[in-house]
Design a protein around this ligand. Structure first.
Ligand SMILES: [Zn+2]
Length: 80
């Protein structure tokens, strides 16, 4: 194996069960999710990040909508 093919990894984010490494040699992102690992190119990380952000906000909006819908239904069922 030549020097060039040696990975030079930097930890970008490390949480329990979810780590993100960047390999400077291959310009790839490595996600470690539990026992699974996933290799992406740099652009794919940005796409994934946008998709996750969008998903989190939509999920929060969905929960908020459900919460207010349930509150509304409770008001209808139990008039003061
Ligand atoms: Zn590498």
């Amino acid at each position: 194996m030549s020097e060039e093919s040696m990975c030079k990894k930097t930890l970008l984010s490390g949480q329990a069960g979810f780590r993100v490494h960047y390999c400077e040699t291959h310009r790839t992102i490595e996600l470690e999710i539990g026992a699974m690992s996933l290799r992406l190119d740099e652009d794919a990380l940005e796409v994934m990040s946008d998709a996750l952000d969008e998903s989190v906000s939509k999920l929060q909006a969905l929960h908020a909508t459900k919460g207010s819908f349930q509150a509304f239904m409770r008001q209808l069922n139990m008039p003061d």
